[in-house]
Design a protein around this ligand. Sequence first.
Ligand SMILES: NC(=O)c1ccc[n+]([C@@H]2O[C@H](COP(=O)([O-])OP(=O)(O)OC[C@H]3O[C@@H](n4cnc5c(N)ncnc54)[C@H](OP(=O)(O)O)[C@@H]3O)[C@@H](O)[C@H]2O)c1
Length: 329
Amino acid sequence: MARVVRFHRLGGPEVLCIEDVEVPPPVPGEVRISVKALGLNRAEVSFRAGTYIETAQLPSGLGLEAAGVVESLGQGVEGLAVGDAVSIVPPVSMIRWPTHGELVTVPAGLVVRHPPSLSWGAAAALWMKYLTAYGALVDIARLGSGDFVVITAASSSVGLAAIQIANMVGATAVAVTRTSRKRQALHEAGAAHVIAMAEEDLEARLKHIAGRDGVRVVLEAVGGPIFAPLTAAMSRGGILLEYGGLSPEPTPFPLSTVLAKCLTLRGYLVHEITGNPGKLEEARKFILAGLEAGDLRPVIARTFPFEQIADAYRFLESNEQFGKVVVTI
Ligand SMILES: NC(=O)c1ccc[n+]([C@@H]2O[C@H](COP(=O)([O-])OP(=O)(O)OC[C@H]3O[C@@H](n4cnc5c(N)ncnc54)[C@H](OP(=O)(O)O)[C@@H]3O)[C@@H](O)[C@H]2O)c1
């Protein structure tokens, strides 16, 4: 038996409970992991509330990220051994492979030996944020030297990962946050420019920063009215990658701007990387190299004990955080 996080009805953090559950041994191709730390994600909030792309079957487990020690191997698993310190690339299904528990099984292809210098908490908080930012900025947009990239919800875990990746490839990171409260921290995190969108004219600031060439790449997690100023400041042929939807407001389609500048507005899911073994391997190499070189440095906002998992989600949903919320077991 192992303690796992479950919920019996949809709702807020209060529906979460920790229960003793029999965790079956790994089937062929899977690995069972004794978990040391968990990384928390917005997708789990949506899953728990019943608004995610996957619908929970109650009672349900949850969780996309964890780090720990390999406890047992299913048949046919190669390249991993019992006792290895590993972290988990987010599985495509939270129903099939929930990761928030003391003992979890996941496909071996999603298990990575991370650099030993990382704490369990940092290792548990790696893959969602770096894979999401990498897939959009490097795999799709081919971000590089000389590019301006605008990163909205910049203090989010993905936003901070995107700032680090932008700097790694020689681009100029322009961070957009709601208020000035996190401005200094965003500069210290590597943003060349920070715009507080509730306090400043976003379009004017972006045009001033990017000049005549405009912004070629936008990594966008908010949606809503922000689409108008963002697209107005984009360069001809620019690309906006929409991966979030944090704003509850409707998102207008800026038809004439999109048409006049031949813009690409593209939805993006990290599954485009995690569901493609070739792309995932490229991404893993890029991220592990960045971690080894010190270009990528996981930012942990706060760490909670396992027993306080509901409080950890309350903190995540408060939007007070700067970086990743982590839970240790
Ligand atoms: N498509 C994918 O594959 C994929 C993968 C990972 C995450 N996501 C999505 O990406 C988004 C960010 O995830 P995360 O886990 O990195 O977030 P997070 O760490 O929880 O960060 C949330 C931050 O977003 C900003 N924010 C929150 N509500 C906002 C609003 N209404 N308007 C503007 N900004 C708002 C706040 O930053 P400030 O205080 O700086 O304003 C807040 O601190 C979520 O929507 C998540 O579901 C998508």
